[in-house]
Write a protein that binds this ligand. Sequence first.
Ligand code: 9UX
Length: 68
Amino acid sequence: MKNITLDVKGMTCGHCKMAVNGALTDLNGISDVEVNLETGKVEVTYDENKVDQEKMKEAIEDQGYDVA
Ligand code: 9UX
């Protein structure tokens, strides 16, 4: 398992938080997601053999948010 923190732009409400959380949780290989609305930091615990940062970025961007 690995842990990374993504910097997500544009999340301003609880629905945003849920959208990002859900999109990441739906990916295969993601075991934990913590979204901090105030800072935009999204901490992800994942299996590096199943998923990578690029897939996470795509899933978040599909929801309409930018990843720094
Ligand atoms: Mo509500 Mo969050 O429109 O973008 S889902 S602010």
